[in-house]
Each structure stands twice: as C-alpha cells, then as structure tokens.
Design a protein around this ligand. Structure first.
Ligand SMILES: [Zn+2]
Length: 142
C-alpha cells in the first residue's frame, strides 16, 4: 500500500491509499478517485517539497518507495486493525453519531471505531472531528 498526498482541481488537499502507483494511475484515469470535499475526479498527486540535499551528489536523485510484498502489507494492516480493536470501542454504524457526542462532550471521551459513509466522514472532518479510515483487508470483505 502506498499513501499519496493528492489534490483536486479545486485545490482541496487530501490523502488516500493505493495498492501501488499503477493502480493509482488506473483509478484516476477511470475517474474512480474523488475529492472528499467536492467530489471532483480530476485528481493529481501533490507536488512534494523536495528535501534539502546536504551533499551535492544527492541532488536530483529520484526517490523510490519500494513496494512491499502483499503478505507484509496484509500483516501490517492486520496489526493496525488489531491495535484499533484492542484499544477502541466498536460502535458499528453509529460511528458518526458517537463521534459527534464525544466531540461535543455529550458522552465520555474514548477511542471508537465503526462504519460510516464518505459523506459523513467529510462532514465530521469539517466539524473538526479527527477520523481515520482503516483500509479493508481483501479477506475481510467476505
Ligand atoms: Zn475538491
């Protein structure tokens, strides 16, 4: 999995996970990547500010992120999920509702996880509530 910092044609910056750079290119071409703020499918990678090169010979070197083998990625994602499941309360589809209650102090402050729509996640984000998407493992979809 690769996380890209992306930007839409209206200038909204966001981040998204892709299997690899080819799948990013393919999904953008098909219009399957949408800005969470305005739903635009004209998405490009954000130009990253280059790191300061301390030595001359480092300048101009292409930065390559090696693709991790699938098994390694799955293990990483599984570990992340296990950590979340061990430390957060599962609230299922009530996620957005509970997140708001916590944010507005109507219930005890705690970490929660559950399911919500992209629209709800965007709305929560606009209200200043931090939410993080958890990548779904292929074998979780059964
Ligand atoms: Zn946008």
């Amino acid at each position: 999995m690769i996380r890209y910092a992306l930007i839409c044609d209206a200038g909204h910056a966001f981040e998204s996970w892709f299997r690899d750079s080819e799948s990013f290119d393919r999904q953008v071409k098909r219009g399957q990547v949408n800005c969470p703020t305005c739903q635009s499918s004209r998405i490009t990678k954000q130009i990253m500010a280059p790191a300061v090169a301390t030595r001359k010979e480092e300048a101009g070197q292409p930065m390559v992120m090696p693709a991790a083998p699938d098994a390694e990625i799955r293990q990483m994602l599984r570990a992340l999920r296990e950590q979340i499941e061990a430390n957060a309360e599962h609230v299922g589809p009530r996620f957005a509702e509970e997140a708001r209650k916590i944010h507005y102090g109507e219930t005890e402050e705690r970490a929660i996880y559950g399911t919500t729509s992209v629209q709800e996640a965007t709305a929560l984000h606009e209200e200043g509530i931090e939410v993080m998407p958890i990548p779904v493992l292929p074998d979780d979809r059964n």
